[in-house]
Write a protein of this length. Structure first.
Length: 569
């Protein structure tokens, strides 16, 4: 009988390869090969408009048959718009007086991965990238015009946060459009990435009006620059509601009009998510709103442009001369879990751990606590893996003890296989007899390892998703735990420890399995040459601690550690 334990391990390894292949397919824009998403019903979204810049008015307007009156368009374009910069201690933002929109965001405490001397840019409106945050007003059922993100506004307020100043206020005031006047106020605070956005809407007409406020994020469908081809992270819009929780939507689903998500709620947020960073519009809980995701043509030269996530909130009927105020929050920043969780319910989920979130969250919490003492993310990773090894010590001890027993009886198995190689049935019976007499359980080394696999996969996603690893130094030549080792030293150590660990394991009786034992880990190690240094450091630490524990247990059981070198003849 074949070595059952090895067979199970190869099944696990093969399944891992299947998952990696599926992620590779998804990363390259293809449908998952082995685990496709369930069929989704078509969302009642309207077709992507074919017009140019004015098509950015929310699709809900056209759907309701409420289209801004044609004569109003020239009126809001008479005054030329301008763009200007506003700075705090963590953000440099570019606003456009056309709609009072946020068209560029630069993070003063996060550098670009490709060029370390430049700050990282998330929102942008250039030839290479389109990513905008906009708000405006939709007229009521009576139709007509209204102040939208295409309306040129006048601006007031300071342009930079001064010493001793904790907040900065920028105000955009629209002209009267369709009897409505909009005053939009951005309040930026020191040290944070969330922006309070207040909308004051006044009815300057002689008749009651029932407008709606819309808040939207517009983005091209391209992956962030510098994204690795060896692992895939989610890029796209997301909707969160208390009822349906966190709902990611692929750009391809929007394009095919197969996206499914909750459309109506009085809570939650819309977001655009990418690796390490996110943007989100948040309305107060209890405020009615509808969500929509669709494609839109803004006349950009950027490929695959653009996709829009919109949140629309109906406002109470405004009597003549009355004003109604709606507060909202715009988040533009890094996915720092504690700050996100404090800002809005469920917002921390934009830092996506996948299906192992229930394990990943406590692991991140422990990693963060370790960092508060150690003050170095690299050594915090080492300490976390050490604590996990201690927690799983007895499970690992049982696994390595079973391996040691298998190693002790391996000479008997090899001799028996050689002697009975022409009689497979008797060979299996004899193997079972040896296992029974020696009290060896071939599954004994497998189950304890399988129990730990979800924990270490969850830790993998914690390290891959945490923006804290970005540009975080460890020691010496490792100055960025989120980037590959520039000199490939850690991947080489990783490959050597993997080979050493393989050599310490009992060689499978089957010669083909014995060869695969060496080929597969080596092939797996090659991938780590392109993985972030933090992930490789975690894997090396795990390997070294596993080798040390296996060596100690083998010695205690009277099975001297022995290196089973490969035979490729």
């Amino acid at each position: 009988m074949n070595d059952i334990r090895r067979t199970i391990l190869w099944v696990i390894f093969g399944f891992s390869m299947v998952l990696l292949w599926d992620q590779w397919q998804i990363h390259n824009g293809n449908k998952a090969t082995f685990f496709p998403s369930p069929a989704k019903t078509s969302a009642p979204a309207t077709a992507a408009p074919e017009s140019k810049p004015d098509s950015l008015v929310p699709a809900a307007v056209a759907k309701a048959g409420v289209v801004p009156a044609a004569p109003a368009a020239p009126a809001v374009q008479v005054v030329p718009s301008e763009r200007f910069e506003v700075s705090t201690d963590v953000l440099k933002l570019t606003f456009d007086t056309e709609g009072g929109s946020l068209v560029r965001s630069e993070f003063l405490k996060h550098t670009d991965m490709a060029d370390k001397i430049r700050n990282f840019v998330l929102l942008d409106d250039s030839k290479e990238r389109v990513y905008l945050a906009q708000t405006g007003v939709i007229p009521g059922a009576a139709g007509g015009a209204s102040p939208t993100h295409k309306t040129v506004m006048t601006v007031g307020g300071d342009r930079s946060l001064k010493e001793g100043q904790d907040e900065l206020v920028i105000t955009f005031t629209s002209p009267e459009v369709g009897g409505l006047k909009l005053v939009k106020t951005y309040t930026l605070r020191r040290g944070v990435y969330d922006i309070a956005v207040k909308h004051e809407l006044t009815n300057a007409s002689s008749t009651p009006l029932s407008p709606q406020l819309y808040l939207q994020l517009v983005r091209d469908g391209n992956k962030p620059a510098g994204e690795s081809s060896f692992y895939s992270t989610f890029t796209g819009p997301a909707v969160y509601t208390e009822a349906k929780k966190y709902q990611k939507v692929e750009f391809s689903e929007i394009k095919k009009k197969t996206a499914t998500f909750e459309k109506e709620a009085d809570n939650g947020y819309i977001a655009m998510v990418q690796h390490y960073f996110a943007t989100a519009w948040i309305l107060p809980t209890g405020t009615a709103r509808s969500y929509s995701l669709d494609g839109v043509d803004i006349g950009s030269t950027t490929p695959d442009c653009c996709y829009r996530a919109t949140m629309i909130s109906p406002l109470p009927a405004l009597e003549p001369g009355k004003t109604h105020t709606v507060g909202a929050t715009l988040f533009v920043g890094p996915q720092e879990e504690k700050a996100l969780a404090a800002l809005a319910p469920g917002l921390e989920l934009v830092k996506d751990y996948g299906w192992l979130t229930i394990l990943a969250k406590p692991l991140y919490w422990l990693l963060d606590k370790l960092h508060s003492f150690i003050q170095n993310w690299g050594w915090s990773i080492v300490a976390l893996v050490l604590l996990l090894k201690i927690a799983f010590y007895w499970l690992n001890a049982k696994a390595y003890a079973s391996m040691a027993k298998m190693k002790a009886v391996n000479p008997k198995i090899m001799e028996m296989r050689e002697r009975l190689k022409d009689n497979p049935q008797q060979m299996q019976q004899e193997m079972m007899r040896i296992y029974r007499e020696e009290k060896v359980n071939p599954m004994g080394g497998c189950f304890p390892i399988m129990v730990q696999i979800p924990v270490f996969i969850a830790l993998y996603w914690v390290l891959l998703s945490s923006v804290e690893m970005r540009n975080a130094p460890w020691l010496g030549w490792i100055q960025d735990l989120s980037s590959p080792d520039p000199y490939y030293i850690l991947p080489l150590i990783m490959a050597m420890t993997t080979m050493l660990q393989t050599a310490l394991n009992p060689a499978p009786p089957d010669p083909l399995q014995a060869k695969l034992m060496w080929y597969m880990p080596l092939a797996f190690s090659v991938m780590f040459f392109f993985f972030p240094s933090g992930l490789v450091l975690y894997w090396i630490t795990n390997n070294i601690l596993s080798i040390a524990q296996q060596w100690i247990i083998n010695t205690r059981m009277g099975v001297p550690p022995q290196f089973n070198l490969p035979k490729f003849k």
